[in-house]
Write a protein that binds this ligand. Structure first.
Ligand code: VG1
Ligand code: CO
Length: 553
């Protein structure tokens, strides 16, 4: 007996708070699991997608997620809703898995209308953890604010959603095509397209030789979706020994890890990279494999430095042999990349936090490399940050220069000076207190310019960062309070747009150190005056009720 899918129009009522943040809609699993919560958001998305409305037939969507708890349920729901909303074909990663960069690559390569990515990225997972959903447009990148705002507006007015019922779950374990009502569900290998792209960009022979010469690497996929991608490229294609990739199996609870690759949450990798017997190269990626952490033996690379170093050495890598059009960084990211862009005579761009702001610059061919201080780096090969891409870039540089990670960084500092940098996160702050802190800071801004707030710290400019997109002219305001000092030092304050519990205050601290003799001063010591000033200016410890930041990177 064949079961026929029945189109059901289900009455529903709006949920408050379905406005996407820095990167999609993120909430606790318990919030997403409420009846109609995911469905409402997905229906709002279909309602505002002009191409689906105009011509449902012939439109292809990409679907996949980081495999966290609730991924399996959500994928089936979205497939039923896509069919009910007239989508012609959905390309879904096997077992419902796709890393964020892979989804971007698939959308671009297959000419899809867009894609739905299920991930809360670096947020913790499991039944008590977080879930997330975001929409990417035809260029493969996160939907711009005008789209996410339209989706949000629609969530506040809709009264029904459409879904197919009456059929069992689609089998996503086998590659190939099946039907759900009138829609084709095509299960694809989640790794193929991305692995192919990596081979077009990097010198695989040189990297293979690096492993053959006995160099060792440890890639920690943190129990998240990055494992299969890293294994394919490092172990299968480059001949790294099996076991180079650790925590390589995507698990619903990330094996208990918090898949946020920074020195705090990747402590296991940090320990493995310490001591004379440690591997030459260490790396990690986050929940959806778009972030990267780069380590040498007893040496960690600051993400802001990573962007600058990749830019400075780009022509050593096949995919960037012809040079870069420009480099873009988010505002809180250190100015190290700007200095390189100036030396190379190429454009430097400063955007608000979040990858969606890089899309237009990449599409217009104005920027080639982009990066954020939050362990995100990528290029115009996709429209997302790409963890494995960054790792392969560093591997390619080591292989062709014969230098270690630490040597590459030190040589860079010696040439360009060091942008000493740190981010202090104050997590779990009461929302009202965090808002009060930011409001008080904003109120102070007009009086700060010209003031000397501490020895050597005279304010050149104090504002709330606003950005006008040079391509489409769209304006984004309120993107973070920044104090720029005459010395080149900076202090930036903003609230996280990805958290799901209370508020997180992020304080970004930066100072330029041209003198190589002082490049080894411990970072927190070198920034001590800025750290003290931040607390005095914003009354952080008092308002947050916390004695010290919860995460320092
Ligand atoms: C954080 C980072 C930001 C990054 C975003 C998404 O946002 O600061 O740079 O783009 O996460 O990364 P926020 O608003 O919490 O500061 V991912 O890998 O979690 O999608
Ligand atoms: Co991520």
């Amino acid at each position: 007996m064949t079961l026929k899918a029945v189109l059901t129009v289900q009455p529903t009522t709006p949920f408050a708070g379905q406005r996407p943040g820095t990167s999609g809609l993120r909430k606790k699993v318990t919030v997403f699991a409420q009846s109609g919560y995911l469905e409402n958001f997905v229906q709002a998305l279909f309602d505002v997608l002009p191409a689906v409305q105009a011509s449902p037939q012939g439109q292809t969507l990409v679907l996949g997620g980081d495999g966290r708890f609730y991924n399996r349920v959500a994928v089936q729901t979205i497939l039923r809703m896509a069919a009910a909303n007239g989508v012609a074909r959905v390309l879904v990663g096997q077992d419902g898995l796709l890393s964020t960069p892979a989804a971007s690559a698939v959308i671009r390569k297959r000419g899809a209308l867009g894609g739905i990515i299920l991930s809360a990225s670096h947020n913790p997972g499991g039944p008590d953890g977080d879930f997330g959903i975001k929409y990417n447009i035809a260029n493969g990148g996160p939907a711009p604010e005008k789209v996410t705002e339209a989706i949000f507006a629609r969530t506040q007015t809709l009264s029904t959603y459409k879904i197919m019922s009456g059929t069992p779950d689609v089998d996503l374990s086998r590659l190939g095509e099946s039907w759900l009502g009138e829609m084709v569900v095509q299960v694809i290998d989640p790794v193929d397209d991305h692995a192919e792209l990596m081979q077009q960009l990097f010198d695989f022979d040189a990297m293979r030789a690096w492993f053959q010469a006995g160099h060792r690497m440890r890639y920690d996929a943190m129990g998240a979706v990055g494992g299969p991608y890293a294994r394919r490229v490092l172990e299968d294609l480059l001949g790294a020994p099996v076991g180079t990739v650790v925590n390589g199996e995507p698990l619903e609870d990330f094996g208990g890890h918090h898949p946020d690759p920074n020195p705090v949450h990747a402590a296991e990798l940090m320990a493995a990279m310490s001591g004379a017997a440690a591997p030459d190269f260490g790396a990690a990626s986050d929940g959806d494999a778009d972030r990267n952490m780069i380590l040498g033996r007893d040496f960690a690379v600051t993400p802001s430095d990573s962007l600058a170093i990749l830019a400075a050495n780009a022509t050593l890598v096949p995919g960037y042999r012809a040079g870069l059009a420009g480099v873009a960084r988010s505002m809180p990211t250190s100015q190290a990349a700007d200095v390189v862009a100036k030396a190379l005579g190429i454009a430097a761009f400063e955007t608000p936090t979040g990858w969606k702001f890089f899309g237009n610059l990449l599409d217009a061919g104005q920027a080639t490399l982009c990066g954020e201080e939050s362990y995100g780096t990528s290029s115009n090969h996709v429209r997302e940050k790409d963890g494995l891409w960054a790792v392969l870039f560093w591997l390619n540089l080591q292989a062709v220069t014969g230098k270690s990670v630490e040597d590459l960084v030190r040589a860079h500092w010696a040439r360009f000076g060091r942008h000493v940098y740190s981010r202090h996160d104050w997590e779990g702050v009461a929302v009202a207190k965090a808002d009060q802190l930011m409001a008080a800071l904003r109120a102070k801004l007009p009086s700060l310019a010209g003031q000397t707030l501490a020895p050597g710290l005279t304010v050149r400019l104090a504002d709330d960062f606003a950005y006008t997109d040079p391509i489409d002219g769209s304006v984004s305001t309120g993107q973070g309070v920044r104090l720029l000092f005459e010395s080149g030092a900076r202090l930036v304050f903003r609230l996280s747009g990805t958290g799901t519990e209370g508020a997180t205050l992020r304080v970004y601290l930066e100072r330029f150190e041209p003198d190589p003799a002082r490049h080894d001063v411990p970072v927190q010591d070198a920034l001590a005056d800025l750290i003290t000033l931040a607390d005095v200016l914003a009354d952080i410890r008092h308002l947050t009720g916390l004695p010290s930041p919860t995460v320092v990177t």
